[in-house]
Write a protein that binds this ligand. Structure first.
Ligand code: NAP
Length: 240
């Protein structure tokens, strides 16, 4: 990268989102690091990024509220650097069979996992006047019928559809792709035993490392001839 550019990563205080932010920082991007509740972790992540020699600032926002997305971009604009990359990583995974899922758990997953990436992409596209890349983090579950997580699964399937639609609409200057991990880090909705059992079912018999997921982002940045695609990084999960 020749001149300084900005990357916005949502849900980046910890775990996968932080790994995406660090990976972009290592590639030389200044980082707008979004978080919602994890203030302490967000501070620490910003310090870690600055120690790499690039600028970083944090933005706190509940992305289920559309007006907060305008607020995110008002802060992005203050940074006065061209926005080149948006990574939509923030997501929630409510648990409950379709017969029992509460309305709130349907709406909140759709609002955060699907509507927010759409609104963020709209705002990002206005600013990516000299080209850019939007990467939506989906899940191998988008291709499955996970009845324990109906709103999550539907939101991620919708996000893959949105990825293709936006890729076509925003071409040729902006590329839009998705990364679909399988198992990386256990969430608090699975026990250690359930996680271990899931891993044993995988053809590759292990969870992905963070580097194996972020290298897909690096690949999408370097290869400028890919748009509208979902890069699956799942250790063979899609085969079972
Ligand atoms: N972990 C895996 O193995 C795995 C596998 C497949 C796909 N994925 C996908 O990869 C992405 C990252 O996964 P992860 O496990 O690292 O996620 P995570 O730990 O669940 O973190 C999700 C992030 O979403 C943010 N968030 C939650 N509610 C929010 C709201 N209302 N507004 C704004 N932000 C909100 C949280 O921010 P705060 O903490 O600041 O509140 C958190 O940083 C997700 O899209 C997930 O679906 C993960």
């Amino acid at each position: 990268m020749t001149s300084p550019s900005l990357a916005l990563v949502t849900g980046a205080a910890h775990r996968l989102g932080k790994a995406f932010a660090l990976s972009l920082a290592r590639m030389g991007y200044s980082i707008a690091l979004h978080y919602r509740g994890s203030a302490y972790e967000a501070d620490a992540a910003v310090q870690e990024i600055r120690a790499l020699g690039v600028d970083a600032f944090e933005i706190r926002a509940d992305l289920t509220i559309p007006e907060k997305i305008d607020f995110v971009f008002s802060l992005v604009d203050e940074f006065k650097l061209p926005l080149k990359v948006l990574v939509n990583s923030a997501a929630i995974m409510p648990v409950g069979k379709p017969q029992e899922l509460e309305l709130h758990d349907w709406d909140s997953a759709l609002d955060l996992n699907l509507r927010a990436p759409f609104l963020l992409a709209q705002q990002a596209a206005k600013r990516m006047t000299n080209g850019g890349l939007i990467v939506n983090i989906t899940d191998i579950g988008a291709q499955k019928a996970w009845s324990r997580y109906p709103s999550y699964t539907v939101s991620k399937a919708g996000l893959e559809s949105l990825t293709k639609m936006l890729a076509r609409a925003l071409a040729p200057s902006i590329r839009v792709n998705a990364i679909a991990p399988g198992l990386v880090l256990p969430s608090n909705v699975v026990t250690e035993e359930q996680w271990h059992k899931l891993i044993q079912k995988l053809p590759l018999k292990r969870a992905a490392t963070l580097d194996e997921i972020t290298s897909a982002l690096e690949f999408l940045i370097k290869n400028e001839y890919i748009t509208g695609q979902t890069i699956v990084v799942d250790g063979g999960y899609s085969l079972i």
